[in-house]
Each structure stands twice: as C-alpha cells, then as structure tokens.
Design a protein around this ligand. Sequence first.
Ligand code: GDP
Ligand code: IMO
Ligand code: MG
Length: 426
Amino acid sequence: MPAVVVVGLQWGDEGKGKIVDFISEKADLAVRYQGGANAGHTVVLNGRTYRFHHLPVAALRGKHVCLASGMVIDPVKLIEELESLSREGIRPRLTIDGRAHIVLDIHKLLDEAEESSGKGVGTTKRGIGPAYTYKCARVGVRFSDLADTESIKPRLKKAIDMARALLSGVYNMDAELDVERVTQFLHEVTSRLGGYIGDVSLLVNETLDRGGFVILEGAQGTLLDIDHGTYPFVTSSNTTAGAACNSVGIGPKRVDEVIGVAKAYATRVGKGPFPTEMEEPVASTVRERGREYGTTTGRPRRVGWFDAVAVRYSIMLNGVTSVALTKADCLAGIDPVKVCLAYELDGQEIKSFPSSPYVLERCKPVYAELDGWEALSREEKLAALKGNFDALPKQLREYVDFLESLLACPIKYLSIGAERQETVIR
Ligand code: GDP
Ligand code: IMO
Ligand code: MG
C-alpha cells in the first residue's frame, strides 16, 4: 500500500479535507505535514460539520493521526480541537513529532501587530509567519524541548528579547513579556500534550516498510507556498508535495501518488494577485452557493473563475498523478462558465505562471466560455454516485472533460456535494 500526498492546487480551501476524508477509510496512518492552526479543513458527515485546524481529518474515522516536524503547532488551539472531538466521542490516537515547533503568544502578538499595522498580507493571525521566522532564526521552541525547559532558557530569553524589540521598535507597542511566564506555559503544554510526543518520521517509515497506507495531508495551497507561490502574498511554509517528504521525514521515492485538489472555480483569502477574480454580481452568487467564508477566520473568500494556467503550474510543481475536482455543484445555474486558458501580458499571450506577483497583477485572463448546467436533480446525483458519470448534465461533463484536457492530468474524483459520499470516482 502506498504513501499518498493530498495537496491543494490553488490558494487553499479547495476541499482537501473532504477528499482526504473520502480516501482515508483504509488508511493506517494520517499525517499533517506543514502549517498550523491557519488551516481549516471541513468534513460533512450525515449533516454534521467537523472542522479541523491541526489534526488530519482521518481522526474522524478513528485513525492514528500524526503532526509532522514541519508544522508549527498552537497548543491552545490543538487542545481545543482535541476537546471538541472528544465531546463527539472521538479520541484519536495522536503522535506529535518532537521536532515540530510550538506557536507561542509572542508569535501571535507579532502576527497581530503586523496585521494591525495595515501592511500585512491578510494572515489568519495564528502566529504562523513569526513561528516559522523564529524556527529559521534558530530561536524557536520544539516539542522535544519540553523535556528540558531549563536548557532552553537562554534561547527563550533571546526569543522574548527579539519580540520585545520588534513590538516596540517596529510596531510602537509595549507588551509585558517574561521568560517565567513562557516557561509556565510550556509546563502546562507538557502536562496536557507531553504524552503525545513521539517520532513521526520513524512511525511513517515503519508503517510504509510494513506495506501500510499513509496519507500525507497538506494545508493551504500550492499558490500560497513560500517559494513557489505569489510571494510575499503567501503563507510561511512549503505547502507542496515535495515538502511533504521533508516535513515528515521520508525519502522522496516513498510517495506513490499525489492527489491535487482543485475547486471547479477558485477562491483566495487575504491580499495578493488573483487574475481571474469574478465581477459582481456573479462573485456574490458563487460565494453564497459555495458558502465561501473562511473556516478559520470567517472572512468572505474572494471568488474567481478556474485558472488553468495556475493549476497547470501547480500540477507540474507537485508531480500530481490525479486531480480531485470539487464544488462543481456550486456553479449550477451560472451561464456561461468561464475558464482561463492563458494570460495576456503586454500584448502577448503567455501560458506560464509569472514568478513576480506584480507581473501577475498585470496579467489579463484569456477566457473560454462554456455552457452552464442546471442544478443536479436527486436522480442525476444518485446515478452519478453509483458510477454512472453519464447521468450528469452534458454541460457539466463537457466542463470536466475540457478541464482535464487543459490540465493534461486525469480528473479521477469529482466532488458534487459537501457530504462524504457525494464523490464520483471517474
Ligand atoms: P480545505 O481547506 O481545502 O479542506 O477546504 P475547506 O474545508 O476550507 O473549504 C471547502 C468547503 O467546501 C467546505 O465547507 C466543504 O464542506 C465544502 N465542500 C467540499 N467539497 C464540496 C463539493 O463538492 N460541493 C460542495 N457544495 N461543497 C463542498
Ligand atoms: P487551508 O488549509 C486559505 C492565507 C491567509 C493569508 C496567507 C498567509 O484551509 O486551505 P498565514 O496565517 O498562513 O500566515 O496567512 O495565507 N491562508 C489560507 N487561505 N486556506 C488556508 O488554509 C489558509 N491558510 C493561510 O488568508 O492570505
Ligand atoms: Mg480551508
């Protein structure tokens, strides 16, 4: 059995949670590989909505779930998440890699200060950027440090001095910060989460050696990747499939399959270029149909047409082996439906994704217009879910075929509703 990476191909919220849940029935292990509480992955099961911020969604199926070393974990939010699942009677086996970093209050303060300054990129304010900054500056705190908080006191002191200097020097803010308070917090984290700390890399490698099935769940999307995304309007981690190997601690040859998740349209939360952003009133119609409001922050998501230039770029970066196309049902009644085939830049047509967000900002989409489809009837949906793809409206099938030919990658899964079973395997 394989290791499968599930990665978003747009700017996040593609429906990764829904697809991971769908494929995870036979998983032996499920791992989140990067990011932290900035993610919001939703699973709808029998009319109930479950939201995950750190935990892999396979927790819902009672699977052994892991948080990999590439993550920055907010213990307060993680405990809330575990408690909320526990109230539903779900108490998953959990392993947190000792190498994963801990998001501290200073990180959240810094993130909020930057956003309040009006110069931020529109983050989730979950302290993600500062936590990764501290990690790279070698002043972060890892779960394995909890075993010896005395030894890390000099590092903690430096971390706090840096936060104080930034808050007062850059943001003109005073904050009461002291090492003792952070140490006390770390002791609380030890008592609540200490028992979950382990070696995720070893677990994953051993599970794969035994022939087990491991799902590596990405967060955010490829176009928010710190290197390959629309920098600086990105998150602070590598979100791509390649990063899964590094963040989990497995060799690149261990990944057998990369499922890229894309919406039948596009959304983006926060600032940054978005060439196919829709005009009103169609933007609001799609936003309402797709309930495009952030799972983590509740912010209305910006809505755009499917951008095949961007998604092709993401497929290339991730080595995607199959695509899962979600939310096609949310475009029902929209006519025509547009798809961006190329960009026009300074009078020339280009089909590559520019490295500069300022160049991308100047790109005008070149659209194809396709016939729209009506809302699926119950019969059409049921027949399609039983495997009869031809039962779906002709225009919707043509839309999927058209995207497949543009992307040059098989669209293996078609999601036509939020519920777990509303997924057609083509
Ligand atoms: P993620 O961050 O990629 O896991 O995506 P989110 O969970 O943030 O956002 C996707 C939203 O769309 C969630 O509310 C899902 O329940 C919902 N969803 C996923 N797939 C479908 C679909 O095919 N149709 C509809 N109507 N909703 C979907
Ligand atoms: P999931 O996993 C959509 C966006 C923020 C902001 C930028 C940086 O649910 O797809 P950050 O808090 O990470 O420093 O914010 O990234 N962003 C997301 N957008 N879905 C997400 O996660 C996101 N996580 C971060 O809106 O533009
Ligand atoms: Mg989300």
